[in-house]
Design a protein around this ligand. Structure first.
Ligand SMILES: [Zn+2]
Length: 317
């Protein structure tokens, strides 16, 4: 009966409209692969990076880390509230790039696989659009969607309405979003009711060490998108090549520091073998970049308690 009910839900929800998705080609992708990641890091760009904690989601047992992997401490995967973070990257050219949109304003719980509900909590004014407006951000050129789970993308509707940025995501992730079965992946139709212009990161893939390929979003070596599938079909991580030292953002390739350290991805509906391979690739990249700072997808210990805005690379001026 449960299977029948789920199938009926799919059919019902699949009938609901999402906004028009128009594929565009606007990003000035880099076209030549640097010789190495050290060569990339030798030419940093003065990026300003701001993290916005948009709310918290309640992750159940086994979602954040797989305790069955050897070496993972017992209790590491216990259910807990974790932050949902969006990152604004301001490039000196005036180009603004947002990574993820966090959770939406108001009631922000979301589902995965139709039946698994993730509770969510936030404060009034904590959503990313309100926080960007408070910081005087009047232009957004690109939103990189690492993936379309609710805790990373449910704030996208108001953001598209206000700024009309180009959404960048991996082709496999765009295909999952467009699929009539997107609800089974946890991609809720009502988050995507706004029309969007979207571009596949695959347009920028260059062969790069450790991660197989990477895309140089602005063509100057400042913002790199890294394919890290497994958590979802087209999940992306990122390397920000800022003047204060490189930042490696795993997003949900590794929810917690311990997930990364033990190569122990958890999650529902994930391809855990591919997810583990993605973590190993990020670790190889990290080992090649002395001084890189790693930020994990949902590590509570990385954020001051009650923080909603954290500057990661203050302006030199
Ligand atoms: Zn996720």
């Amino acid at each position: 009966m449960a299977a029948l009910a789920a199938a009926a839900a799919v059919l019902t929800l699949a009938a609901c409209d999402i906004g028009d998705i128009t594929e565009v080609a606007e990003a000035p992708w880099g076209t030549e692969a640097p010789a190495s990641w050290q060569a990339v890091a030798a030419a940093p760009v003065p990026l300003t990076v701001t993290a916005y904690v948009t709310g918290e989601v309640f992750a159940g047992d086994g979602v954040l880390i797989n305790e069955d992997v050897a070496g993972v401490p017992e209790g590491a995967g216990t259910e807990q509230w974790v932050p949902s973070v969006a990152y604004l990257v301001q490039h000196p050219s005036g180009t603004n790039v947002l990574f993820d949109t966090g959770v939406r304003a108001g009631e922000c719980s979301y589902d995965i696989l139709l039946v698994l509900n993730f509770p969510c909590r936030n404060q009034p004014g904590q959503d990313v659009v309100t926080q960007l407006a408070r910081d005087g951000i009047d232009k957004l050129d690109y939103v990189v969607a690492t993936h379309f789970h609710g805790d990373h993308s449910s704030g996208i509707g108001p953001l598209l309405a206000r700024y009309d940025p180009v959404v960048i995501a991996a082709a496999d992730e765009i295909a999952a979003l467009k699929s009539p079965l997107r609800e089974t992946q946890g991609y809720r139709y009502d988050q995507f009711s706004a029309d969007m212009r979207i571009e596949a990161a695959d347009a920028g893939w260059l062969p790069m060490p450790h991660v197989a390929r990477a895309a140089d979003l602005l063509g100057d070596g400042s913002i790199w998108l890294l394919p890290t599938p497994g958590h979802t079909p087209g999940h992306l991580s990122a390397l920000l090549n800022g003047s204060d030292g490189p930042l490696l953002l795993t997003f949900d390739a590794a929810h917690l520091k311990a997930t990364y350290h033990h190569t122990a991805p958890g999650g529902l509906g994930a391809d855990l073998d591919r997810a583990a391979q993605s973590i190993e690739r990020l670790k190889a990249l990290e080992a090649d970049l002395p001084g890189v700072r790693v930020l994990y997808g949902h590590e509570p210990a990385q954020w001051p308690q009650d923080a909603i805005r954290v500057s990661l690379a203050p302006r030199a001026d």
